[in-house]
Design a protein around this ligand. Structure first.
Ligand code: SAH
Ligand code: SF4
Ligand code: F3S
Length: 503
């Protein structure tokens, strides 16, 4: 069976498209293609740490596509946004220019997200629009990357129904983008290059940051938690911490370049170091980053299970670590948390929450909540509402459970009707919104330090974020974008504050 599959894939490779999804050595040695994205492999966890290699691009490719334009669309989380900064820089290196108008481009690249069905739908919706364009623009190159590229169901669908997509490239080999673009343009074949196992970590990737004052910095890739509803451990692979030397070097360079804020990125930053060091943990990294003296440090996302007292002490100790933590709870019912594989109970969460509130002055805590997980009944949902009433979150991202192919929760009987899930989401949103406004109102009359991010259309109107990560629209004279200014809060809304520069 396996032999027949390999044989037909090799044939397929010769006749219509090229699929690479296997160990890197095989490809290098034989140039042969063996498998599509494979969840059994994607699920495998090994002890050894990955090697680190430097990004490398063939000189002949630099500037080769001068005069051509690319359109890059990003879906999903900050991780993807940051990846897009790399993707963008690689395309610029090839000579492409960026355009905001996909109809005007020669290359369309969709950096996709798999987290919920609607993220899928958005990307496929965009592909529908691209199809029309491709009918009139035959040379247009269309590529898919990001988490959806790691999903077998997606790649199967693309091979079957979206033959006009020129290439698919996975999350583990993003640095191969220049080569796959070049091949797709020159061969005209459909190229699929998706590895189900993680490759070496690549340092020194080109990067075109979105702003000159705040920056994302990757500290850990992948996720080993396997919460039963979540696709991330399959699409992003196992947990791999980036060496602290590279992280600190990047941050020191950012300081030199005038950056004010870094956000340390990972699916679960609190697990930092566990796969790499004996004893050096996220709290140590927080301390070392704080000691660089960068003005603002943020981090996302924190899994409650890995949150240690040392981390809390570190946040409390350093004024440049922002008093703002995103702490996804997912549900307030311990029974549902167990089914979700979250490894904490409602009581554990509340205890951690209280510790953070007690120890870190003025801390703002935000969360993620899923409603309608398989088996969630009214009683479980009321537990979630009661937890919200206790925690009074500063912000919350709320979602209806979305079944993801290949995850453990997929096998659970999901009997809650969609109307009921929608109704629960509405009740939950009404409650969380009430607390956003209540918390915001407490800031009225206070002076908050705001990192200025932009200028509004109206003269002398600006916006930016407080230390607690609250959006403020404010007035002032000649305020510089990228500076940190004191702003007096004059009014509070549910999702933002109004203010004026103080003094
Ligand atoms: N690594 C982070 C969050 C990653 S995904 C953490 O574990 O905290 C961001 C959020 O999407 C999750 O916190 C969860 O609330 C939501 N999410 C993930 N999978 C989902 C699914 N299958 N259906 C609905 N929401 C989901
Ligand atoms: Fe998904 Fe859980 Fe990992 Fe977060 S911690 S990425 S929810 S598996
Ligand atoms: Fe989505 Fe992948 Fe991020 S699934 S949430 S883009 S890690």
């Amino acid at each position: 069976m396996e032999k027949r599959l390999i044989y037909s894939l090799v044939l397929l490779n010769f006749f219509c498209c090229k699929i690479i999804a296997f160990d890197v050595k095989y490809i290098w040695k034989w140039g042969v293609v063996m498998k599509l994205p494979d969840y059994t492999k994607a699920k495998m966890r090994k002890d050894k740490n990955e090697n680190v290699i430097s990004y490398n691009i063939d000189k002949s490719l630099i500037g080769k596509y001068k005069g051509k334009k690319f359109f890059l669309k990003t879906y999903g989380c900050q991780m993807n946004e940051h990846d897009s900064e790399n993707l963008c820089a690689m395309l610029l290196e090839l000579g492409f220019k960026q355009t905001d108008n996909y109809e005007d481009s020669d290359l369309i690249l969709l950096n996709t997200c798999s987290i919920r069905e609607n993220a899928h739908n958005k990307a496929f919706g965009m592909l529908g629009r691209v199809k029309h364009l491709k009918e009139t623009k035959k040379d247009l190159i269309v590529g898919i990357c990001g988490c959806m590229a790691q999903e077998k169901v997606v790649v199967d669908k693309i091979l079957d129904k979206y033959k006009y997509v020129n290439f698919v490239i996975g999350t583990h080999n993003m640095d191969h983008l220049p080569y796959i673009v070049d091949k797709a343009i020159n061969t005209g074949l459909q190229e699929v290059e998706v590895y189900s196992e993680e490759l070496d970590l690549v340092e020194d990737m080109p990067l075109k940051r979105d702003t000159t004052y705040k920056a994302y910095v990757n500290i850990i890739y992948g996720c080993d938690k396997f919460c039963t509803y979540c696709i991330v451990p399959f699409t992003r692979g196992r947990q791999r911490s980036r060496k602290k030397e590279y992280i600190l070097k990047e941050i020191n360079k950012l300081i030199k370049d005038g950056y004010k804020e870094v956000t340390l990125l990972g699916q679960n930053v609190n697990a930092y170091g566990k796969d790499l060091y004996d004893g050096y943990s996220f709290s140590d990294l927080l301390r070392d980053v704080a000691e660089t003296k960068i003005e603002r440090i943020r981090f996302v996302t924190s899994h409650p299970w890995d949150f240690t007292d040392e981390m809390i002490d570190m946040i409390a100790k350093y004024p440049n670590i922002m008093p703002s933590v995103h702490l996804p709870v997912q549900s307030g019912s311990s029974r549902i948390l167990k089914l979700m594989g979250r490894r904490y109970t409602k009581e554990d969460y509340l205890e951690l929450f209280k510790k953070l509130k007690d120890k870190v002055k003025n801390i703002a805590i935000s969360t993620d909540i899923i409603v309608g997980f398989p088996g969630e009944d009214e009683e479980d949902f009321l537990e979630t509402l009661s937890l919200v009433n206790e925690c009074k979150f500063d912000n919350a991202f709320t979602f209806i459970y979305s079944k993801r192919e290949g995850t453990a929760a997929c096998k659970l009987l999901d009997e809650v009707p969609i109307e009921e899930k929608e109704e629960r989401l509405q009740r939950l949103n009404n409650l969380v919104n009430k607390y956003f406004l209540e918390n915001n109102k407490k800031l009225v009359g206070k002076v908050e330090k705001v990192l200025v991010e932009g200028i509004s259309k109206k003269k002398n109107h600006y916006f930016g974020y407080t230390e607690g990560n609250k959006l403020v629209n404010f007035t002032g004279n000649d305020v510089e974008v990228g500076s940190i200014v004191p702003v007096k809060i004059m009014d509070a809304k549910t999702w933002s504050l109004d203010g004026e520069v103080d003094g």
